[in-house]
Design a protein around this ligand. Structure first.
Ligand SMILES: CC(C)(COP(=O)([O-])OP(=O)([O-])OC[C@H]1O[C@@H](n2cnc3c(N)ncnc32)[C@H](O)[C@@H]1OP(=O)([O-])[O-])[C@@H](O)C(=O)NCCC(=O)NCCSC(=O)C[C@@](C)(O)CC(=O)[O-]
Ligand SMILES: NC(=O)C1=CN([C@@H]2O[C@H](COP(=O)(O)OP(=O)(O)OC[C@H]3O[C@@H](n4cnc5c(N)ncnc54)[C@H](OP(=O)(O)O)[C@@H]3O)[C@@H](O)[C@H]2O)C=CC1
Length: 401
């Protein structure tokens, strides 16, 4: 079929947007879809059409109805010295953002941390979860099903793990009950993948066994107690993805020289803003801007962008100790991957390579670098707020004035 015939078919509704590949090559289908959108919306998609990634590969696993790509400016911060269990040494951090001042801020934090001897970082938990919702006949029945799950964990584990080489079911906990509804939270380790496809497929297999044996009815494979892509107290407390913590002790002189403020001023801003301010607002983000750094790294490295909302959870502490600054960040809920999902895209691969964390065996190193980067960005913004520099910085770097 020639191009104009396909466009005509699209206009007349005889060909669907996702069916163009039936009539032509994938490459031309992308072009025709874009051409059609240009014509019916009266636009010219010059920049969207300009890309170098392999769209044929992307279309297999990452995108439907592709018309091109978007471009987000990519900056680099660092080096930051990290003293982790998996990441040891100095690293540069790729950050994709359109928020002027963000890269400068993380860069400044990296500089202060590195001059102070580096950030100590640790992964405290590592898991991915899927919690279906099951309907039973009554509360009594719900309690019986809960007991069945507890007694038959090994059988459920075997069923779940039959679908994956890397996914391991480590527990089903908690098992929440609301009237006749039951929410068993399946908790897995997922190797170097973020794991949501993996644990969804594995949980479905376990649920086949559960529903067959108990007669309970599966209402939905995700019952929202997972909790995927929403901020939740359960994730804050139990953890999800990688649970991360990072700390640094910074001599007062470095705080004064690089952050233009004092340890005491940062301690007070943290107490008044991140603790009291967040508490009075009912916020679950007892921090200034984890989402900024998590978001910029996620976009750069092909993570699932909807998980930025989970990465925004967490608590910052700041204390003046013997005149110096002790500063820490704790992020209980950071879903991360160095394998699978969007990490396969060529630009993501390159960004992962900058940090030496591409592919199998690298996700823990990556997680520790992410924790260090968040520590840097949080420290710099808290410094700017304490110094009264926030508006000024954004006038200069966010408005070009
Ligand atoms: C903007 C700075 C860093 C200036 O900071 P400064 O100390 O005035 O700048 P400086 O010229 O003295 O430079 C100090 C260091 O900053 C870095 N730096 C400085 N300029 C650049 C640049 N152009 N490019 C790269 N790096 C830069 C660099 O490391 C430099 O050291 P050097 O390398 O020169 O030895 C500081 O004022 C700052 O960090 N401000 C905070 C900005 C920030 O964190 N913005 C995040 C977004 S805020 C937001 O979205 C969330 C919010 C605020 O609503 C959340 C909430 O409610 O809290
Ligand atoms: N399905 C859903 O409900 C949801 C899906 N998503 C999407 O899911 C995707 C991520 O799912 P995810 O399961 O992580 O990725 P993939 O679906 O890409 O699965 C990862 C694949 O990599 C294989 N693999 C190879 N080496 C490794 C290794 N070292 N560690 C772990 N796995 C390895 C796994 O094999 P094997 O399984 O045999 O171990 C599996 O086939 C993203 O695109 C995300 O947007 C997001 C939220 C919900």
């Amino acid at each position: 079929m020639i191009k104009e015939e396909i466009i005509k078919g699209l206009k007349e509704g005889k060909i669907k947007l996702h069916e163009i590949e039936k009539y032509t090559s994938i490459e031309e289908a992308v072009e025709l879809r874009r051409l059609f959108i240009e014509r019916i919306t009266g636009t010219k998609l010059k920049h969207i059409s300009n890309y170098s990634i392999n769209m044929e590969e992307a279309q297999k696993r990452n995108i439907e109805n592709p018309i091109g790509t978007i471009q987000i400016p990519l900056g680099i911060a660092g080096p930051i010295k990290i003293r982790g269990e998996h990441a040891k040494g100095k690293f540069y951090i790729p950050l994709a953002t359109s928020e002027g001042a963000l890269v400068a801020s993380v860069n400044r934090g990296c500089s202060a941390i590195t001059k102070a001897g580096g950030a100590t970082v640790r992964i405290t938990e590592d898991k991915m979860t899927r919690a279906p919702v099951i309907r039973t006949e009554s509360i009594q029945e719900a309690l019986k099903v809960r007991e069945w799950i507890q007694e038959n964990f090994e059988r459920l584990k075997e069923a779940a793990e039959s679908t994956t080489r890397h996914g391991k079911l480590i527990k089903i906990d908690p098992i929440l009950i609301v009237g006749p509804y039951l929410y068993p939270r399946f908790v897995f380790t997922t190797g170097d993948s973020m794991g949501m496809n993996m644990v969804t497929i594995a949980t479905e297999e376990a649920m086949k066994l559960l529903t067959k044996e108990t007669g309970a009815h599966l209402i939905a494979l995700s019952g929202n107690a997972c909790v995927d892509k929403k901020p939740a107290a359960l994730n804050l407390i139990e953890g999800r993805g990688k649970s991360l913590t990072a700390e640094v002790k910074i001599p007062a002189k470095i705080v004064e020289r690089i952050l233009k403020t004092t340890p005491k001023a940062i301690q007070e801003v943290n107490l008044a803003k991140n603790f009291a301010g967040s508490a009075i607002s009912g916020s679950m983000g007892f921090n200034a801007h984890y989402a900024n750094i998590i978001g910029a790294i996620f976009l750069a490295t092909g993570q699932d962008e909807a998980h930025i909302t989970e990465g925004s959870l967490g608590i910052t502490t700041a204390e003046e100790i013997n005149g110096d600054l002790y500063f820490s960040v704790t992020l209980p809920d950071v879903p991360l991957a160095t394998v699978g999902g969007g990490t396969r895209l060529e630009t993501a691969t390159e960004c992962l390579e900058i940090m030496g964390v591409r592919g199998s065996g690298k996700v823990h190193k990556f997680a520790e670098i992410v924790a260090g980067a968040v520590l840097a960005g949080e420290l710099s913004l808290m410094g700017a707020l304490a110094a009264g520099h926030l508006a000024r910085a954004h006038m200069r770097l966010g408005r070009g004035s």
